[in-house]
Design a protein around this ligand. Structure first.
Ligand code: PEP
Ligand code: MG
Length: 837
């Protein structure tokens, strides 16, 4: 047993040593847990964050004393230990302490071959990782040539003092953590700006040995599939090898389990294989996590060097969490908390329709799942520029480098001519949840001219649309039909557990039956917003709508509305039917009428033809309807006040649909863009009259709820008097943000990136709720609304409704539910549970 060294910031890891993730990093903490479980972990010392930060600044620690702790002649490894493994860290360095003297000692003990392998590997990794020399200088060279090359480049001999070697390694790793690239990469994975790095110094178990003395080699093993999370033993084992990298690169690995295709660790060393299984089970139950175990066997003895959380897709994460909870290892609530709400979006990945006929451009290595369509760009800058324009792009690179990371963030998919499943592009894309195809060597990229040549000789240029299938490794011409993602049981179960814990409702914003079906499938508790104007964009309906707009008299308008009535009734009937008794909130017509009218001559000519009017008449009417500021003009309830018959038709369609639906629904009718109590009073009296008529005509008694959208600051400030007429208030934070800032939601993108870059706004307030300003109006509106009507139902239905931070905010303000786009519903359900637990 070692002693605690007398070196500040360095701790010998024992079951009782003071090792904390926050000070020593996750790897050091995990090694202590493995030691506590009694696993055979070689001697390990942890260097804490503060000390490593000091080393990066030039402080020296007593590496001679540290290496002496291992006893004479020991080799050691140094590995990074950041707070969580996801934040990365510099690569591990093995075999520190390997010197000429060690080389000859090991030649005697293990044979010259093994000693040569260890020494040359160390020289190579020291030269390239620590001294940062060109790897080509060392590839395929013998030891003498490597030492000569090192001396030639560095103007000093290769260090032969283990303490000096260790110092060089520690300071290179500490400095690498401080580098800009490493910083950007880890911040992209959620690390804070001041994330620390710890280091662990561990006695090497060689993994290469004298075959006569028993099995030697190294491997990794895990007990669940990283893809699905289901039980499956996978990993690699290689005889006479050491370290993860050798395994990843190395050819000739053995199978772990008996396999008809070749020999396996299970056959070679069944007792070791069994031990590994026991250790895996111990980790699962005691560390309450699925771990990948890194092990080395030396002369027949098994050593556990490390264990890390099994890398997992979001789908696997769900399955692992659900299985751990089902087996009683973690509580259900913890399983819910282990899944980041946004991770559910990954399980909702798109897929290329397998039935579709595709025009294949080329294939490559499938590197990250999902499918995406976008325009080709060939530089990271172009991808970022496209993001500012909200354009979907596929970033094509020969191979990616850390310089491309920001561009990758901005792209929908990544395509590389080179690389493999563990290449930079693949790893980053998987982390970002982007579909990625690498190693597409059949395409010839011409980066300078921004194009690539396909195997059939055709050329694809910047701006051309392709689809990338990251699951099949296919590059497809044009926009391929995409299927909605498949959801498995774990998805359903975890959301059920989430639902049992959350205390705020989740509805969906749906305008079409297709969206309502998605919402119902994701167990939305109802429709919180149906924007009826979105029902009019198909061709036949648009013509009738335009007839209505062009009507010069009340009678003409009524005639057009008579045609719209059955269409709307059918729409609402279908929505009620799909939602099967769940509440459906239908918003009366909101947008400025001119949005329904053509803006160019071609469109006006078509309209003139379909309305049988002279072009001149169409142009005059369009001019008459034009507004300087349409978003602040004749829209929302103002339409309803000026042309009461529009809202009356919609109300009739809603009520007639409701009385014809079983199970019976209580329709909710919502008035948009309200700013004054009298608006609500007027509209309510007319809708009440329509309801009375429909009751009489149908002989069916029914209720309805009338609500108001709070999306002008005045509506929030006067919510008390507005609530006298409204049983519910739904905060439309899109317009409320627009009006609170005086910021056009359609034009803000022109300067938004400059505003965010200059930190004028912390975020785009149309994406992240401005809790200080708009949020205050929400709080005021909620309080005053409740003052006017104590049981008023409060909700939010702007785009912020699906955002976890906004959900937390409105829950704290006592809102009853949020309403968001259908695909966001699972994220919102999960986020709501996280807040409540
Ligand atoms: C809103 O303004 O927040 C809202 C939901 O309505 P729309 O986006 O249709 O204006
Ligand atoms: Mg609005």
């Amino acid at each position: 047993m070692q002693q605690q060294p007398d070196i500040p910031g360095v701790t010998y890891i024992t079951p009782t040593a003071n090792i904390r993730s926050a000070a020593n990093g996750g790897r050091a903490k995990c090694l202590q847990r493995l030691i506590r479980l009694g696993l055979p972990v070689p001697d390990t010392f942890a260097i804490d964050f503060a000390t490593v930060a000091g080393i990066a600044q030039g402080t020296r620690i007593d590496t001679a004393a540290l290496i002496d702790m291992f006893g004479g002649g020991a080799l050691v490894s140094v590995r990074p230990s950041s707070t969580t493994a996801d934040w990365g860290g510099p690569p591990s360095v093995l075999n520190i302490g390997m010197t000429r003297a060690q080389h000859s000692a090991l030649s005697h003990r293990l044979g010259p071959q093994a000693a040569d392998a260890l020494y040359s590997r160390f020289i190579q990794s020291f030269a390239t990782q620590i001294a940062r020399l060109n790897p080509d200088l060392f590839d395929g060279q013998d030891i003498d040539a490597m030492l000569a090359a090192y001396e030639e480049e560095m103007d000093e001999p290769f260090p032969q003092d283990p303490a000096a070697q260790l110092h060089a390694v520690l300071s290179a790793m500490a400095r690498a953590w401080d580098g800009t690239t490493a910083r950007i990469l880890r911040q992209a994975r959620g690390a804070p700006a001041d994330a620390g790095l710890g280091l662990v110094v561990q006695r090497m178990v060689l993994g290469v040995g004298n075959p006569a003395q028993g099995e030697s080699g190294s491997g990794v093993i895990q007990f669940v599939s990283s893809k699905t999370g289901g039980p499956q033993i996978t990993g690699r084992y290689m005889r006479q090898s050491q370290g993860r990298e050798a395994l990843v690169k190395g050819a000739g690995a053995l199978y772990l389990t008996s396999d008809p295709r070749g020999t396996s660790l299970q056959d070679h060393a069944p007792e070791i294989y069994e031990h590994l299984q026991t250790y895996g089970g111990l980790c699962r139950t005691r560390l309450r996590e699925e771990m990948q175990i890194e092990f080395t066997i030396h002369h027949g003895a098994l050593h556990i060097l490390d264990a890390i959380r099994v890398k997992r897709s979001s789908r696997a994460a769900l399955r692992i969490a659900v299985d751990l909870a089902t087996d009683g290892i973690i509580p259900e609530g913890e399983a819910v908390l282990r899944i980041a709400p946004r991770a559910l979006l990954d399980v909702l990945h798109h897929q290329v329709d397998p039935e579709a006929t595709l025009s294949l451009i080329a294939t490559g290595i499938p590197a990250a799942p999902g499918a995406a369509t976008g325009r080709l760009v060939f530089t990271a800058e172009a991808a970022q520029a496209a993001l500012a324009r909200e354009e979907d792009v596929i970033l094509v690179r020969r191979e990616t480098t850390p310089d491309d990371v920001l561009g990758m963030h901005a792209a929908r998919g990544i395509l590389c001519e080179r690389g493999g499943p563990t290449s930079h592009a693949a790893v980053i894309a998987r982390g970002l949840g982007l579909p990625c195809v690498v190693g597409a060597s059949d395409i010839a990229i011409d980066e300078r001219n921004r194009r690539f040549r396909a195997p059939d000789g055709s050329t694809y240029r910047e701006g051309d649309v392709i689809t990338l299938d990251g699951a099949a490794g296919q590059i497809i011409q044009g926009a391929a039909p995409l299927l909605e993602p498949a959801l498995d049981d774990a998805f359903r179960i975890i959301l059920q557990w989430a639902d049992e814990r959350r205390d705020i409702g989740v509805r969906a914003n749906c305008d079409t039956p297709a969206e309502a079906r998605v919402a119902a499938r994701f167990d939305a508790e109802g429709i919180g917003l149906c924007r009826t104007e979105h029902m009019f964009f198909d061709d036949g309906r648009l013509t009738v709508m335009r007839e209505m707009i062009f009507a010069e008299s009340r009678t003409d308008r009524a005639a057009a509305l008579d045609q719209l009535l059955p269409v709307q009734r059918a729409d609402f009937t279908e929505l009620f039917h799909i939602m099967a008794g769940r509440p459906v909130t239908i918003r009366l017509l909101d947008p400025p009428l001119h949005e329904f009218l053509p803006s160019d001559r071609r469109g006006m000519l078509d309209l003139a033809a379909s309305l049988d009017l002279p072009l001149e008449a169409v142009q005059t009417r369009i001019r008459a309807l034009a507004e300087f500021n349409p978003m602040l003009g004749m829209r929302g309830v103002r339409l309803g006040i000026a042309f009461p018959e529009i809202y009356e038709m919609q109300a009739r369609a809603i009520f007639e649909a409701a009385v014809a639906t079983t199970p019976r629904v209580t329709p909710e009718v919502m008035i948009p863009l309200v700013s004054a109590r009298r608006e609500v009073e007027l509209v309510k009296s007319r809708i009440d009259a329509v309801a009375a008529q429909v009751r009489t005509e149908s002989g069916v008694e029914f209720d309805y709820n009338l609500g108001v959208m709070v999306e002008t600051p005045r509506a929030a400030l006067r919510a008390d008097e507005i609530a006298e007429y409204a049983t519910f208030l739904s905060f439309g934070t899109n317009d409320l943000t627009q009006m609170t800032y005086g910021l056009s939601r359609d034009d803000a993108s022109r300067f938004m990136s400059a505003y965010v870059r200059e930190k004028v706004f912390p975020d785009d307030p149309f994406l992240q709720l401005d809790q200080d300003g708009v949020g205050e109006l929400l709080t005021i509106g909620a309080e005053r609304g409740r003052r006017g009507r104590p049981d008023v139902i409060l909700s939010i239905c702007g785009e912020h409704g699906g955002d976890p931070d906004s959900i937390a905010f409105v829950r704290a303000a006592g809102f009853d539910y949020v309403s968001c786009s259908p695909f966001r519903v699972p994220v919102a359900r999960m986020a709501a549970a996280h807040i409540a637990i």
